[in-house]
Design a protein around this ligand. Structure first.
Ligand code: ZN
Length: 484
């Protein structure tokens, strides 16, 4: 969870600090210390439960899950067991056969993270970093509704989108903010029961989820078809070899000797507070998606991409509010904007160009100052110059004009780059005549019915005018000349 401090103490949770600099007696489990629940962690769990259609328990409890591991100094993990905070929810995912598929959520419970063992390659020892010990986690447990690796990935992506909309998790799988433990079982086609389940633990990317599950399904089918038996166990996915490997035989719940944590009182949540949290939820991705299709007339594919990230959807709506037509805003965002952001490895939140600046460029296309090709040039120039102005003052970035002190308008860039499109009919007519008299063969073939040669003529005019000709006018002039 994206809280500033840990779940039972005030230590910071920021990622990437020097080892063991974010610890205190509580989170490293010194004798006699007492945990105090972080109210924000509870709020985040409730937010997530509400957004995934769960019932929120007004009475829940923390339990001790007992086991020994060097990264768990207390000898037990504080978790929730028989009374979790959220139960009986669901999310809808895009189904492979088209339409939607509902995946049930069994429960969401809160718990604390363990530390991290670092196995040094050099020495005969391992190190432990306790910075992560006590960072609040939510474990979201789904019903056995998922049938293929692709559905598992869809489900993970949907959860990640929801968590990011809610602001309760940054969804960063590389930093371990979102991890997947997948239980896999196979059964004969048509049979109702579930086979022996095997847990593939700690998968940390969507790609690996898909690959690990595909491998594990194949392995289980092969074992059964060869007459072997599966054992309930925990396996790890070896990302190098592309196989799962047994880590330990599966423990049962009773191995952990769960019991209510006597240091923490039962958790009683006020109904009024739950309703306050419900009222504070943002518009969720499914609802936003439907609204984008209905209100803006966007194709479903556009709406899906734009609503995957809340910041992306906000950017789009600001552009439309500033005067862009929805489809144009969507096309420019999916095309040029994403391309340039990816090139600079920036998220949409860090975009050097804001929605108003895109609209500024779109207006120059509308009023005929520049054509679409020129607009792309203006867009890239504006993007680079704004990037330079805002983030990179070292001058490492390539801009064809000096770094501006203030944001430049599309009109200024057009002027400085000499990009104004040629819309003077007299001037263009001369070029058109020039092209036609230089290509008598093509003219005859066109008149003989090869109409696709129009593209060739337009291309020639564009070449001579170095892309500056107004394409609409060029088409009109060519049409007129060639029909006589
Ligand atoms: Zn602490």
């Amino acid at each position: 969870m994206l809280t500033e401090t840990k779940i039972f103490c005030g230590c910071p949770t920021a990622f990437g600090a020097e080892p063991n600099t974010q610890t205190c007696p509580v989170c490293i489990g010194m004798p006699g210390v007492l945990p105090v629940l972080n109210r924000r962690a509870l709020e985040f769990a409730i937010r997530t439960g509400l957004a995934t259609n769960c019932a929120i328990s007004t009475y829940s409890r923390f339990a001790r899950k007992n086991y020994f591991y060097p990264d768990l100094p207390k000898g037990y993990q504080i978790s929730q067991y028989e009374l979790p905070i959220c139960e009986h929810g669901w999310v809808d995912i895009a189904s492979e056969e088209g339409g939607h598929k509902r995946v049930g959520i069994t429960r969401i419970h809160m718990e604390e993270d363990a530390g991290k063992n670092i196995h040094e390659e050099k020495g005969p020892y391992s190190l432990v970093d306790f910075n992560r010990t006590g960072v609040p986690l939510m474990e979201i447990v789904s019903e056995p509704d998922i049938r293929t690796p692709a559905e598992a990935v869809e489900y993970m992506k949907k959860l990640r989108t929801i968590l990011r909309y809610l602001g309760v998790c940054d969804g960063n799988m590389e930093q371990g903010s979102l991890r997947c433990d997948a239980n896999v079982s196979v059964r004969e086609a048509g049979s109702a029961g579930m086979g022996v389940k095997v847990e593939v633990k700690n998968i940390n990317s969507f790609k690996f989820v898909e690959r690990a599950l595909a491998y594990e399904i194949k392995r289980q089918v092969k074992t059964l078809e060869e007459g072997g038996a599966l054992v309930q166990e925990t396996r790890l996915f070896d990302t190098q070899a592309g196989v799962t490997q047994s880590m330990r035989t599966k423990e049962e719940a009773h191995d952990y000797r769960y019991f209510p944590d006597p240091d923490l009182v039962p958790l009683v949540v006020d109904e009024k507070w739950i309703e306050e949290i419900r009222a504070s939820l943002p518009e969720l991705p499914d609802i936003k998606f439907k609204r984008f299709v209905k209100d803006y007339g966007l194709p479903e594919q556009d709406a899906a991409m734009l609503t995957e990230e809340r910041a992306m959807a906000d950017w789009f709506e600001e552009a439309v509010k500033a005067g862009a037509t929805p489809k144009a805003a969507s096309n420019w965002m999916m095309g040029e904007l994403l391309r340039l952001l990816n090139k600079k490895n920036l998220s949409i939140e860090k975009s050097p160009i804001d929605p108003k600046q895109l609209v500024d460029i779109l207006k120059e296309i509308e009023n005929g100052t520049i054509n679409r090709t020129q607009a792309k040039e203006v867009f890239e120039e504006m993007f680079n110059r704004e990037f330079h102005r805002i983030y990179d003052t070292s001058g490492r970035i390539e801009v064809t004009l000096p770094a501006p002190k203030v944001a430049m308008t599309a009109r200024q860039i057009i002027k400085e780059k000499g990009l104004v499109q040629i819309s003077d009919a007299g001037e263009l007519e001369k070029t058109v005549d020039e092209v036609l008299s230089a290509s008598p063969d093509e003219v005859n073939r066109f008149k003989g019915g090869e109409e696709k040669l129009m593209g060739f003529f337009v291309g020639q005019v564009m070449k001579i005018t170095r892309g500056k000709a107004n394409p609409k006018l060029v088409n009109e002039l060519l049409g007129k000349k060639l029909s006589t």
